[in-house]
Design a protein around this ligand. Sequence first.
Ligand code: 11C
Length: 337
Amino acid sequence: TRYNVAIVGATGNVGRETLEVLSERAFPINNVYAIASRESQNKEVSFGDKTLKISSIDNTDFSKIEIVFFATDAEISQKYVSNIARQGCLVIDKSSLFRLDPDVPLIVPEANLRSLKDYTKKNIIANPNCCTIPIAVVLKPLDNVAKIRRIIISTYQSVSGSGRAAMDELYNQTKAKYIFNDVQPQNFPRQIAFNLFPQIGNFNKDGSTTEESKISLELKKIIGSHIKATVTCVRVPVFVSHSMSINVEFSEELNVEEAEEILRESDSIEVNSLLNEIQYACPIDVVGTDLVYVSRIRKDYSQKNTLNLWITADNLRKGAALNGVQIAEELIKVLNE
Ligand code: 11C
C-alpha cells in the first residue's frame, strides 16, 4: 500500500528534514504535499531529486490525505490538528501541544512502541521534544535492567532547535562581531554568538523553563512514572545537534561495562567506549546521522549506583524528523495488519 502524505510546516527546519528522511528511507508514498502558511505559498522545497511547490494550509483538502506530519509550533497545531484528525487523517504532531494528553501516545519507537496502539483514540500521535527523544533511547534499555531512581540532566542545545531564523541570527551575530557591529538579539533572549544562556522557552512560575519541564514530564510518560528528572537547559552557539550531560542514579548496581554492553545491543545507539581511541562525540561529528551517540560512560564516585554519561544526537533528525518518520513506519505496519 502507498499513502498520500502531507508535511505541514514544510519550509521549516523540521519540515524540510522530514521530506529528506521520507525520501531517503523510501517511505511508501503515493502523493506528497508540502504545506505551509499562506505567506510561503508557491515557494519550493526539495523531496529527494524532485521539487515540490508549497501549498497553503487553508487551501488544502485533507480528505484525500492519510498521514500528516505537523512540523509546527503549538499555536499552529492548536488551530488545525484536532480538526484534521477528526476528518480521519492520522496526524504525527511535533509540537508540545498533545504530548501530555492521556489520549495521545507520545512515542519513541525504541522505548515505548507498545503505547502506539492508543493512536485510535484521537488519530494523533505526539513526537517528543528533541532532547527527550535521545535521552529516552539511551535510558529506557538501562531502566529495563536496573530501575532508575533519579536523573540530573544538563543540556547544550543548538540554535537549529529554535528555527531557521535563529540559525541566521547566530551566523549574522558572529560575522558582525568581527566588523565591530552591534547586532541585537531577535529570536533569542540574549546574544548567542560567543556566548551561551540558561534559558530555552519561557519561564514557569517556579523559575524553571518550559523546555526543562517538558523534558522531565515527557520522560515520565515515555519511560515510566517512577522517573524523576531534574533538568537545566542551556542554548549554545552551535548550529545543529543537541548534547546532554546526564547523571543517573539506579536503584541497584550497574557498572560501566554492563551499561556499555546494554547500549551496544541497540541498533539506534553508538557507544564510544572509554577504551576506544576516540573517546567522545561532539555536535559537528553527528550532524546528518541517525544514531544517538553515547560517550564517557563513567562511575560517579560521589554516590552509590550512579553513572555519568554524555549524549549527542542530531536534533533535526533523531530529535525530530527521523523519529516522526519512524513513528509513521510503525503506524503503517499496524494499518497493514
Ligand atoms: C529548542 N527543543 O531547541 C527546543 C525547540 O518542545 O519541541 C522545540 C521545543 C519542543 O529550541
